[in-house]
Design a protein around this ligand. Structure first.
Ligand SMILES: Nc1ncnc2c1ncn2[C@@H]1O[C@H](COP(=O)(O)OP(=O)(O)OP(=O)(O)O)[C@@H](O)[C@H]1O
Ligand SMILES: [Mg+2]
Length: 387
């Protein structure tokens, strides 16, 4: 049977593939000293993540190669404080664990993926924490067919992503660490302090302990809306440096990010992007007002209990753009905005729909009365929310 899909096609490429040229360029561009096992200098890692601020970097003459561009402006990927990214990089350079905490959708996972890709060239050594995560998934398991046939041996051992990272001196990632049961989390305590994993089943052989190669570290993420970080054991907390990732502070930066990402979504499906910047501005403004409990003008806004994350703003913007691309001329994309906002606002508590209506009767009405055309159109769509 033949299939039409190309085997190489992927919905989402890991960061090290998606940004391979930038990573190779930065490795050649900055040949300064690197921590053991690192592919880039700490400064180049930061540049990779926050971008080169529109400046095209010039590859020094002696570093030029045929497979690299001569100059390259590095795109910003994570929007946020440079100092936060620098602290993360310093933590990892010191081979300490890094724990990124924050509200949902603040790009914690994205930041951890970018850090891992830049530092060791792979962001795929990852364990997804869930209530069902077992110690085996953090340490090692067995290929039971081999185990039964030949007894315990190095060949029968199935390494966890963490064990693989220890062997090669790479960065391992644990997503949503606080969703794992505390006793499972605690398997990490000995990994982070002893820097080795003991395999008692192989005692007497060379593989009885797997020591961590230089460069091995761990990045974990935790969502503040899940079971709290406070429930992590003190012993484990002490082995991580904590960094809190907050929502994007600046309106213009958030609009630009939402536009960039929604555009990228449309490019992936080869559809044209046709959403006005004014519509995106209204969308992001509404998200920020509801997130903050205060409008840009300083008016009080009743906050829904759910998080209004940038990630969801990106999702709504992408939906609007897809609607515009696939149903062109059917209706104005702006008319779809209230319905999408309602979906986001009500996802934790259906009664929160009333708070969105309150936002319409307050901030949206006042902006409409002040004569802003787009907000007047939105005000006229109030019925969508009132049903
Ligand atoms: N500061 C930011 N910089 C860049 N992208 C951001 C930022 N904040 C949010 N995003 C967007 O949010 C998307 C999702 O982020 P990600 O999944 O990494 O969030 P998260 O914090 O891990 O969320 P969760 O807690 O739900 O796992 C990113 O792909 C990006 O589109
Ligand atoms: Mg995440």
């Amino acid at each position: 049977m033949t299939t039409t899909a190309t085997p190489a096609a992927r919905q989402v490429a890991p960061a090290e593939h998606a940004h391979a040229t930038e990573l190779a360029f930065l490795a050649a561009y900055d040949d300064g000293p690197r921590p053991p096992g690192w592919r880039l200098t700490p400064r180049a890692v930061v540049t990779f993540i926050v971008g080169s601020a529109g400046t095209a970097l010039d590859l020094p003459r002696q570093a030029r190669r045929d497979d690299l561009p001569r100059t390259l402006a590095v795109a910003a990927k994570f929007v946020g404080e440079r100092a936060l990214v620098e602290r993360c990089v310093v933590t990892l350079a010191g081979e300490r664990g890094l724990l990124l905490v924050g509200e949902p959708g603040t790009a914690k996972s994205m930041l951890s993926e970018l850090l891992a890709a830049a530092i060791c060239g792979s962001s795929e050594l990852v364990v997804q924490g869930t209530a069902g995560t077992t110690e085996d998934q953090l340490r090692y398991g067995w290929n039971y067919a081999l185990l039964l046939a030949h007894g315990p041996s190095a060949a029968a051992l199935v390494p966890s992503p963490i064990l693989s990272a220890m062997r090669t001196g790479a960065v391992a990632r644990v997503e949503e660490i606080t969703r794992c049961l505390p006793e499972v989390q605690d398997a990490l305590v000995s990994i982070l302090s002893d820097r080795r994993i003991a395999v008692p089943e192989l005692s007497g052989t060379a593989e009885a302990t797997v020591p961590a190669a230089p460069g091995f570290t761990l990045i974990a993420t935790a969502n503040l809306r899940d079971r709290g970080v406070s429930e992590m054991s003190a012993a484990l907390k002490r082995r991580f440096n904590f960094e809190t990732v907050g929502p994007i502070g600046d309106l213009a930066q958030e609009i630009a990010l939402v536009q960039r990402q929604a555009r990228a979504t449309l490019e992936r499906v080869h559809a044209p992007f046709a959403v006005d910047e004014a519509v995106l501005e209204a969308l992001v403004t509404a998200f920020r007002d509801l997130r903050a409990g205060r409008s840009v003008e300083g008016w009080e806004v009743e906050r829904p209990s759910t998080v209004m994350s940038t990630a969801e703003a990106v999702a709504v913007a992408s939906s609007l753009a897809l609607a515009a691309a696939y149903f062109p001329g059917d209706r104005d994309v702006l008319s779809l905005l209230p319905g999408h906002l309602l979906g986001v606002v009500r996802k934790d508590d259906p009664a929160d729909g009333a708070k969105l209506l309150g936002y319409w009767d307050g901030a949206v009405r006042r902006r409409a009365e002040d004569g802003a055309r787009l907000w007047r159109q939105l005000w006229e769509l109030r019925d969508v929310l009132a049903d």
